[in-house]
Design a protein around this ligand. Structure first.
Ligand code: CP
Ligand code: NVA
Length: 299
């Protein structure tokens, strides 16, 4: 049987994603120490880039449910010395139950998955960050109920997080208003596939009109450190601040995948203010990924 992968939110059906979010909410309050569904199971985690939340949530999630996780850096494995990805995928997947990869190129994850005999999870690529969206959706559902028909505002770079928000708009059926500089728009094919759900605006205030949720991310992602100065200039009008939140509904939530740069993409006033839910959002990485791992490896 071909393994199921989670490389994009589109790899699961909308119904499967909704079930997974409900399961994540259940697991958050699950306190039975005898529940060990991952007993004897091993998750390999390959990180080409840094991580706090992704590494800790996957590692803790495996341990708390009786399994274990291996942290693998290309620097210390043969991957960094040019062993073909196809060979690595065949070898690693013959020894573990699931593999999570955080890579620069998205193609690294898709190629790896093609040759893996166990489920592969995308822990962030330059194109997508689907695991973060599971946590974000869980957080919205917990605090406000179903997101269907709601308005979400994305401010800033049309990056991996923005692409995953567009895919989430399709799967969870919400409206996504995007305010970003013209040269930093998300990829057109991803936008087109979402149809009428996605709209572009010139300013954060216009995009945030009547929004239920406002989201942003760093101006320079991992791997774009050299562009930091240029991006500070290009993105200076694409900040989430008090004016942006004032345009949104009075009960709108603010989310950010973290790490954040206060004073750049978001003011301290907003990210540390009453509408911000960044810490429950971060914690939900743990619960949402436990639900994802259950779905993928306990079939
Ligand atoms: N949000 C997120 O993926 O955080 P890390 O880079 O710390 O894993
Ligand atoms: N867009 C950011 C997300 C970090 C979790 C990056 O790729 O660095």
């Amino acid at each position: 049987m071909q393994p199921r992968h989670f490389i994009s939110l589109l790899d699961l059906s909308s119904a499967e994603l909704h079930t997974l979010i409900q399961r994540a909410i259940q697991l958050k309050t699950h306190r039975d120490p005898n529940y060990q569904p991952f007993k004897g199971k091993v998750l390999a985690m390959i990180f080409e880039k840094s991580s706090t939340r992704t590494r800790i949530s996957f590692e803790s999630g495996m341990a708390q449910f009786g399994g274990s996780a291996l942290f693998l850096s290309p620097r210390d494995t043969q991957l960094g010395r040019g062993e073909p990805l196809e060979d690595s995928a065949k070898v690693i997947s013959s020894m573990v139950d699931c593999i999570m990869l955080r890579t620069n190129d998205h193609e690294t994850v898709t190629t790896f998955a093609k040759h893996s005999r166990v489920p592969v999870i995308n822990g962030l690529t330059d194109l997508l960050h689907p695991c973060q969206l599971l946590a974000d959706m869980q957080t919205y559902f917990e605090l406000r109920g179903d997101i269907v028909g709601k308005t979400v505002t994305w401010v800033g770079d049309g990056n991996n997080m923005c692409h995953s928000y567009i895919n989430a708009a399709r799967q969870f059926d919400f409206k996504l208003n995007i305010a970003c500089p013209v040269d930093y728009r998300p990829l057109q094919n991803i936008v087109d596939a979402a149809g009428h759900r996605v709209a572009f605006f010139n300013t954060p205030e216009q995009a945030a009109q009547q929004a239920d949720l406002v989201v942003t991310d760093v101006w320079a992602s991992m791997g774009q450190e050299d562009e930091q100065k240029k991006r500070e200039f290009v993105f200076k009008d694409f900040q989430v601040n008090a004016k942006t939140m004032a345009a949104a509904k009075s009960d709108a939530l603010f989310m950010h995948c973290l790490p954040a740069h206060r004073g750049e993409e978001v003011t301290a006033e907003v990210i540390d203010g009453p509408q911000s839910v960044i810490f429950p959002e971060a914690e939900n990485r743990l619960h949402a990924q436990k639900a994802l791992l259950e779905f993928l490896i306990c079939r």
